[in-house]
Design a protein around this ligand. Sequence first.
Ligand SMILES: [Zn+2]
Length: 277
Amino acid sequence: MKAKIHRPIEGTIKTVTVSMTPSGRYFASVLTEVEGDNPPSNTDGNVIGIDLGLKDFAIVNDGVKTSKFANPKHLAKHERNLKRKQRKLDRKEKGSKSRDNARKLVARVHERVSNVRQDYLHKLSRKLVDENQVIVVESLNTLGMVRNHKLAASISDVGWGMFVNFLSYKLEFEGKVLVEIDRWFPSSKLCSNCHYQVKEMPLEVREWTCPSCGTHHDRDGNASANIRAEGIRILSVSGTGTAADGGEVRPKLGRKSKLRHSPAKSEAHAVLKVSDG
Ligand SMILES: [Zn+2]
């Protein structure tokens, strides 16, 4: 089978899984085994806390400043194109060849949206992993949220779970550390200055003033600062302190060999693309 290979394959190939997308393109996902140690995990370096939002995709606090990364509204941008192609599809006669072609065009738009989203998540996670040693996020029960929440469509769109997955394996490959804090940690309700906790913090409140110390907070900036502080606290309790709290660093031993599997489809695309048709 002819294939377009975009980058050399490292290690010993264990399995190759070929799949066809709904638009009729073929992809191969390659599982390889790489000999050698993982770099020992080390928490000595920059620590950031990330609050994952809806208005902005990610709000990052590095202990000094807060940076916001806009949420690209992929589906909204491609919606008109999708609607147009969907209408064409609806007009085609059932079981006809032209209906099948129209269906493939609709599937292509869905695939393009998903590729654009993954590309964005790969670039942002790569940047954050390159610049930091420890990344703290709230563990998300994304599936539960998607099922129950009226914001379900935009939650699925922004791809939080995929983002945390990308962060996780990129960090691990470099001996860096992902800290996931309990999702019930009240990151939005705590004052990051004096730790006073307010009872309610409705979603529409974007800024607030702490009734105890008078600090004026940007909602997301405050939450990401709290997430960062909680991550540092967890590391110090578990005996793996960080440079940020002056703690001691105890690197863990790496494994002897490891399996590297493309964690999501786009990775497979990047590695090996089997020619269309
Ligand atoms: Zn306060």
